[in-house]
Design a binder for this molecule. Sequence first.
Ligand SMILES: C[S@@+](CC[C@H](N)C(=O)[O-])C[C@H]1O[C@@H](n2cnc3c(N)ncnc32)[C@H](O)[C@@H]1O
Length: 371
Amino acid sequence: MNGVETQHRVIFNSATDLSALPDDSIDLIVTSPPYPMIQMWDEQFATANAAIAEALDPARLAGDRGEGAFNGMHEYLAAVWRECARVLRPQRFVCINVGDATRTIGGEFRLFQNHPQVVIAWESLGFVSLPPILWRKTTNSPTKFMGSGMLPAGAYVTLEHEYILVFRNGGKRRFTPEESERRRRSAFFWEERNLWFSDLWDLQGTRQRLNDSEITPLRRRSAAFPYELAFRLINMYSIEGDTVLDPFLGTGTTTAAAIGSGRNSVGIERDPALAQAIGTTIDSAPKVGVQRQRDRLAAHTEFVAMTETNGTRRFKHRNRFYDIPVMTSQETDIILPAPGTIEDAGDNPVEGHLGLSETKFELSVPTGFFR
Ligand SMILES: C[S@@+](CC[C@H](N)C(=O)[O-])C[C@H]1O[C@@H](n2cnc3c(N)ncnc32)[C@H](O)[C@@H]1O
């Protein structure tokens, strides 16, 4: 079995304009936008759109209890969703991680429900909703209460989860014979399926603080989602060789997970100050990817040993590449991608990867198969 080469592009631009990408050129979208009405994103929304800046004026904000700013921010995101819908091929998936926002405006505490707005936006683009995933963030924070503490009728529930909304356009994907082969190689193990397709994910949040050199006036924290979140979604909803788009790339987690999964990727990020952080993420992506695939194989081997010891189930099939028992015939051709080193990476990731142009970089990753 020969390896392949995956292609990765990062473009520093606003995703409200994806003219660099042709119609129907993307197989999966995995992303997390700036969350409307979370204070850390106010300035970014305000610089992007004058109407939002006005709506965020404290007097206006108190006057309409934040409704104008909230609606303006979702209208801004809707312009990105429209572009995403244009570039996505038919019968493909969209996965959007978004959280709701709590905020005190004019002394009044309230919730802004972001996730239904995103649902409405995608459904109005002709996409259908599929069962979403609740990402329950494992947190060590001891302060669970908001509001009146121990006194009733004035305390508020803590938001400890975010949504991963899933949409699709145009029914089930049909696969050509060549795609069907790649699909079989990209299958997941039976026990992975049971875990990944649960509607509740307990995943640890990721490092939120960027290095000082990476902090811009607009950005104080990275708001990155965990590698595992992007990795699972990519492996659940695309096949080897597909192209994954993240229109709100941030620190480059989706690009790294695509590299680790043998997929191509395109990442769009409006803030060029994140180039360094993205370069660092990409530099470590092959190593992280190989480790993740090694862990998958080790976890499966452990699952087989445990199941055989318990005698709970019998394995009737064998994977032909790894010569290990598997539960179903759909797992016999699984072969895990192993990304190689990125050859054009220099000492300085910005020079190495991003030196071609300040607004865009491209790289290819030789990808073999995990042995
Ligand atoms: C929630 S963060 C994404 C974090 C990312 N998932 C990660 O793991 O690092 C949202 C990102 O969207 C970027 N952004 C905001 N507006 C944008 C736009 N119009 N086009 C492209 N990127 C944008 C922000 O600069 C920020 O980096």
